[in-house]
Design a protein around this ligand. Sequence first.
Ligand code: UD1
Ligand code: MG
Length: 483
Amino acid sequence: MSNRRCTMILAAGQGTRMKSTLPKVLHPAAGAPLVVWAIEAARDAGADSVVVVVGHGREQVIETVRARFGDAVRFAVQTEQRGTADAVRAGLTAVDDDVTEVVITYGDVPCIPAAALRALTDARAATGAALALLTTTADDPTGYGRILHDGDGRVVGIREHKDCSAAERAIRTVNPGFYAVDRAFMADALGRISSTNAQGEFYLTDLVALAATARAHNVADVPWEPLSLRGVNDRAELAMVEDVLHQRIADRHRRAGNSIATGARIDHDVTFETGAVVGPHTVLRGRTHVGSNVVIDAGCVLDDARLGAGSLLKAYTVVQRSEVGASAQLGPFAHLRPDSVLEEGAHVGNFVELKKTRLGRGAKANHLAYLGDGDVGAGANIGAGTIFCNYDGVQKHVTTVGEGAFVGSNSSLVAPVTIGRGAYVGSGSVITKDVPDDALAVGRARQDNKLGYGARLRERFAAAKRALQAAASAAAATTKQGE
Ligand code: UD1
Ligand code: MG
C-alpha cells in the first residue's frame, strides 16, 4: 500500500477554556468527539496514514480513538506543550520513513472539509512548493496568526497575534492552521525554529518564513471560507460548530432523498435509507437507523432506534435502543424503553410505555398502558390503562399474552402470568392466575344493581346534613346564653 501522505492531527493541548475534566478533543459535537471529525476529514481527503499527537488526557483520547478506528490511527505523545512546532516534532516520531508529505490539522476544528485538505495537497502538487497553507479572513482577527505578504502578493510569513506590531494587527488575512508540507523540508526546518517570541513557544508558523526564503515561490496559499475552519476553544464555540455539523449532516441525508425539517438534529452515526420525512425539533442519536419512507413527526427523540420501512412515529415519541417494525405506528407521546420490539404493523398509542417488551405483528396498545417484560402475540389487543405488574419489589417477571387475545381496559396482569391465545380478560380485572386459550377471565367484584337505592341514599344523606345543622345552631345558642 502506498504510504506517501500522512496527516498529523495536533491534539495535545489542554483546552482550559472548556472548563471541563474531559479533554477538549473528546467533547462531542453532533454525536461524535471533535477529534473523530478531524480524523474522518483526514481519511476522506485520502491520507495514507493518520497520526494524532496527544498530551493532556492522552489515555482517554487514545482509548476513544482506538474504539472507533482500531489500529488505523497512530499516536505520538508530546509530554509538555511547548508549542505547535514542538508538537509536530513529536508527531514525526510516529511517521513512517517512506512518507513524503505531511498534512497538519487540528483536533479541535471538526468542520474542516476533506476538500480543503485535498486543495492543500493539490496546490503543492501543482506548484512544487515545499509548503501549502490555508488562509482565510476574519472580521475579528484577534488571537490568530496574521499572514504577511510581500509587494508581489506572495506569502512570506506568519506573525502570531502576540508578536504583531500595531500595523500588523490590522491585517485580517489570518492563518487557520492547516498545512501540507514536504517531509524532508519540514524535518530539517523544524530544527531551525527557536522559541524566542512573546509566548516562549516553538511556533510551527515559523515554517512559512523558512519555506518562503528557501527558494522563490516555495509557499502556496489556498484561500478558504472561514466558517468551516472554526476551532473550538470554549463551549460557546462548541455549540456553533455543532450547528454547522448538524446542518451538514441534514443536508447529506436531504440530498440522499429524505425530507428533513430545519431544526432536526441528526447525529453522526445515524443512517437513512430514502424517502423519510423528519419533522422539526426531532433528535436522532446513537446508531439510529431510519428505514425507507418512515415518518418521524415533531419532537421525537430517538436513541439507537431501528425504524422499519413505512413506520410512523407521531409527535413526541421517545424510542431508546428498540426496534420498530415495518408499517408500525407509535405515539403521540409513546415511550419505548430499551429492548422493546414492535413487529410489523403493531400500534402503540398515547402515553403507552414499553420496556423489554415484544408486541407481535399487528398487536395494539393504543392508550395509557405500561407493558414491562412482556411478550404479546400477533393481533392481540391491550386495552386502555392496562398494566403489566412486572416487579414484586425484588424481581422482574414476564407477562405473556397469546395471539389474538383481548385484554379489557384497566386490567392489571400480575406477572409471572400467561393469557392464552384468543382469551378475553374482562375490564378492570386483576389477573394473578394463567388464563387458558379462548377462556374469559373476570377478576373483579361482581356488579349488583339495588333498585330504588338512589332515592333512599339521597334522603339518608340529606337527613344527616339536617342533623348536623341542628346541632350547630343548638351549640351557638348555648354559647350566647353563657355570655
Ligand atoms: C495557532 C497558530 C496561529 C493560528 C491559530 C489558529 C501557531 C504558533 N499559531 O495558534 O497562527 O492562527 O493556531 O487557531 O501555530 N497544540 C499541541 N501542542 C502544543 C501546542 C498546541 O498539540 O504544544 C495543539 C492544540 O491542542 C491545538 C492546536 O495545536 O489543537 C493549536 O494550538 P493553540 O494553542 O490553540 O494555537 P494558537 O496559539 O491559537
Ligand atoms: Mg497557543
